[in-house]
Design a protein around this ligand. Structure first.
Ligand code: ZN
Length: 370
């Protein structure tokens, strides 16, 4: 899923391409993509509006739309339409392109905004989890006006903002329980950080993903703060990590070539050359170096609980654990395992039924089932 650097890159590209353009129409072929309007109402609500700018909050794009100009000479029936903001959450596979109208379009394009200059903004989304919403805009904050978009935007701190200091992070951490990895993914704690940059920031700050947030000393919080901001800023500079389906209107990023742990399980750690481990925390694959990122001794019970290691194995380190460094399963892996098990069971039942003659055509009156 695109995270802060990827969404920031898209916002910057889009701003350069369409700021000042006027929307002359909209179409949509998948109503669920539009979280606030029916397709026809959405088209009516955006048509005639000028794109004033593009920004970002957490992992979502904000497209600022002007009040629009009524082309018809008749006076407006009601008050002038308010300033609006279009929120765009790309989720797993959402992509945005700006192309000349009439360019080839595949069936994964779900929303199109037609511009007066003959171009189109196209929202393409293979898995269809992406969402757009159109709301009245607070002119000061640029966010949806009060009560307009409850629960749509992240409420956590913006890690690249000026007021996000090491002291701020330290204060936030001291109030929270829970593992660092899980906390970093919580959008109401810090906005914009996802699986890639959580793993990278923890590796850079030498903090174990399972570590309890409350166990961090001020020095640890400073390290994590610096690592988070450094890795996010570097990723913005490199236009994000083009893994999975991410691309931006002006092209791919290159941060994927500079990631030190994410999806590198088994490869040598850039710091100590020991193999990168992969575990699953809260259903999310987690990559780290068990040598560079140590868990304080007093948290060993938490590790044993998480890994199922025998309690008698006191003091066992992650490096001693058996296997490929893969512990636990993600939600998707879990579902696959369940599916395979269910298929096996069904096949075993079919075989058993065939053997005992209790199949699809049991002899009348002689069924083996009472
Ligand atoms: Zn290492």
């Amino acid at each position: 899923m695109p995270e802060l650097p990827e969404v920031e890159t898209i916002a910057r590209d889009l701003r350069g391409l369409v700021a000042g353009a006027r929307i002359v129409g909209a179409r949509s072929n998948w109503p669920r993509t539009l979280r606030s309007h029916e397709p026809d109402d959405f088209a009516a609500a955006v048509t005639g509006r000028e794109i004033e700018g593009v920004g970002r909050r957490g992992k979502q794009l904000l497209v600022w739309l002007g009040p629009g100009n009524r082309r018809d000479s008749a006076p407006a029936p009601g008050p002038e339409p308010a300033l609006a903001v279009l929120t765009v959450h790309l989720k797993m596979t959402g992509q945005i392109f700006v192309v000349p109208a009439g360019s080839p379009e595949d069936r994964h394009v779900h929303v199109v905004l037609a511009l007066a200059d003959g171009r189109e903004i196209r929202f393409r989304d293979i898995r269809k989890f992406g969402r757009m919403g159109l709301y009245r805009r607070d002119p000061v904050t640029g966010l949806p006006a009060d009560g307009e978009a409850e629960g749509v935007l992240a409420t956590g701190a913006e890690p690249l903002s000026e007021d996000f200091t090491a002291a701020t992070l330290g204060r936030l951490l001291s109030r929270r329980r829970g593992r660092l990895k899980t906390l970093l993914l919580n959008q109401d704690f810090i906005a914009g950080v996802g699986n890639i940059y959580a793993d990278e920031a923890l590796w850079r700050s030498r903090l174990h993903p399972l570590r309890d947030a409350q166990s961090l000393k001020p020095d640890h919080a400073r390290r994590l703060h610096g690592a988070l901001r450094d890795v996010l800023a570097e990723a913005v500079e490199r236009r994000g990590s083009s893994v999975d389906d991410y691309t931006a209107p002006d092209g791919d990023g290159s941060m994927q070539e500079h990631l030190q742990v994410y999806q590198r399980a088994g490869e040598p750690c850039d710091r100590c050359a020991r193999p990168i481990r992969r575990i699953v925390v809260g259903g999310r694959a987690t990559h780290f170096c068990s040598w560079c990122q140590r868990l304080p001794g007093e948290h060993a019970p938490a590790v044993r609980a998480a890994t199922g290691a025998h309690p008698a194995g006191r003091g066992r380190r992650w490096t001693d654990l058996s296997g490929e460094g893969v512990l636990g399963r993600t939600g998707g892996e879990e579902a696959r395992v369940r599916r395979v098990a269910a298929n096996r069971k069904a096949a075993a039942i079919r075989r058993a039924a065939a053997r005992s003659g209790v199949g699809a055509t049991p002899p009348a009156g002689t069924g083996g089932i009472p």
